[in-house]
Ligand binder design. Sequence first.
Ligand code: SF4
Length: 76
Amino acid sequence: MVIPVIDKELCISCGNCVDICPDVFNWDVDDKAEVIDPNGCGTKCPDCQEAADSCPTNAITIKESGGAEASEAAGQ
Ligand code: SF4
């Protein structure tokens, strides 16, 4: 299984990912995109690749879940 990870340093708050996949992405308190449900990935837009491709700054990376970075993104 894969999950999306956002580099908030790169996010310019364009809203593409939130529009495409609102079950996975939403806004944080700083109006940057954040992953609200990494496990929502694969239910409506498989692998969140469409959202990642839509990001103008390549802030979204698709990672294998279970890795160190994936666990960090999931808050584990
Ligand atoms: S598509 Fe990229 S730049 Fe736009 S809100 Fe999402 S993470 Fe930020």
